[in-house]
Structure formats: C-alpha cells, structure tokens
Design a protein around this ligand. Structure first.
Ligand SMILES: Nc1ncnc2c1ncn2[C@@H]1O[C@H](COP(=O)(O)OP(=O)(O)O)[C@@H](O)[C@H]1O
Ligand SMILES: [Mg+2]
Length: 154
C-alpha cells in the first residue's frame, strides 16, 4: 500500500505506529535514495518502542543496538557495503534471534542484501518534493494490514 507523507513528522509518526505494534522478529527492509527519510522512519520506530536515546544512522558502525525499549532495536545501514560484504555479516543472526534477543531489525540500504529473510516488511520511500515523500509498504509473507489500517494519513 502507498502512504503519502506530508512532512518529516508524518514519516516519524508512521515509524511510531510500526514501533508500537510490531512483534519480535520483525524485519523492516528500507530501500530509498539518500535523504529520502529512512533514518527518520527508524527514529520513529525507536520512539514507538520507547527508546529515548537519539537514533543516528549507523553508516560507519554498520549496526547500532538499542535495548531500553519494549523490544531490542537492531538498526543497520549497508550503504558502504557490497553484496559479498553483506553476506559475510550473517545478518540472519538478527532475524533468527537465536544468538541475540529477538527484536525489531531495521535495515537501511536493503538493496545491498544478496539474500533476504523469508518474512519481512518492505518500505520504499520516494521523493515527491522537498518536504513530501511517498512510502510504499509491502508485507512479504507476514501480516501488517491491521496495523497499517490504523495509520492516520494527514
Ligand atoms: N516527508 C519527509 N519524510 C522524511 N524526511 C523528510 C521529509 N521531508 C523532509 N525530510 C527531511 O529529509 C531528511 C531525511 O533524512 P534521513 O531520514 O537521514 O534520510 P535517509 O536515512 O534516507 O538518508 C531529513 O533532514 C528530514 O528532515
Ligand atoms: Mg540514513
């Protein structure tokens, strides 16, 4: 489904809705150009989970983990990596939640992934103009329709 995002706050609010309602093991794959709002959306997810720490894009650290919220948030940014380097990260560790506490996995630049989880939520963000964006959300082998229907579009 497509959601019109009138400003950065709308993107943040979409993230908050996701953060409040997603269950442990959810994977959000974000694909969008630089500055389209991926990190803004993840900041909302963090807020929705009850994380007060400032969420910044892990462009150089690859992954930031936040554990103070309802569920752990694993925030990854693959911008600087190629598919082989991404494969070497064994990202399934995060979504399988066997060696780590199951939580929410949010991945910026998911375009770089050579393989994807069986179940995930895909979010494509595109520019409309300076302050507006469009989010196209697709649930792949998972259910988010109930959650999405609660989103207020302003
Ligand atoms: N509708 C919108 N949604 C998200 N960000 C927006 C929007 N309008 C303007 N912006 C601005 O665009 C920038 C998006 O940056 P960021 O979230 O870091 O993008 P990305 O992680 O995709 O590179 C922020 O400065 C934000 O304030
Ligand atoms: Mg970013």
């Amino acid at each position: 489904m497509k959601i019109f995002l009138a400003n950065a706050e709308a993107t943040l609010n979409l993230g908050i809705t996701l953060g409040e309602s997603l269950t442990a093991g959810s994977v959000i794959l974000l694909e969008a150009d630089l500055g389209a709002g991926k990190t803004t959306l993840v900041q909302g997810i963090g807020k929705g989970l009850g994380i007060s720490e400032l969420i910044v894009s892990p462009t150089f650290t690859l992954i930031n983990e936040y554990t103070e919220g309802r569920l752990p948030l694993y925030h990854l940014d693959l911008y600087r990596l190629g598919p082989k380097e991404v494969a070497a990260l064994n990202l399934e560790t995060y979504w399988e939640g066997i060696e780590v506490t199951p939580g929410i996995v949010a991945i910026e630049w998911a375009e770089r992934m050579p393989y994807k989880p069986d179940n995930y939520i895909s979010v494509h963000l595109t520019y409309e103009n300076e302050n507006t964006r469009q989010a196209e959300i697709t649930a792949v082998n998972c259910e988010i329709s109930e959650l999405i229907s609660t989103i207020q579009i302003d």
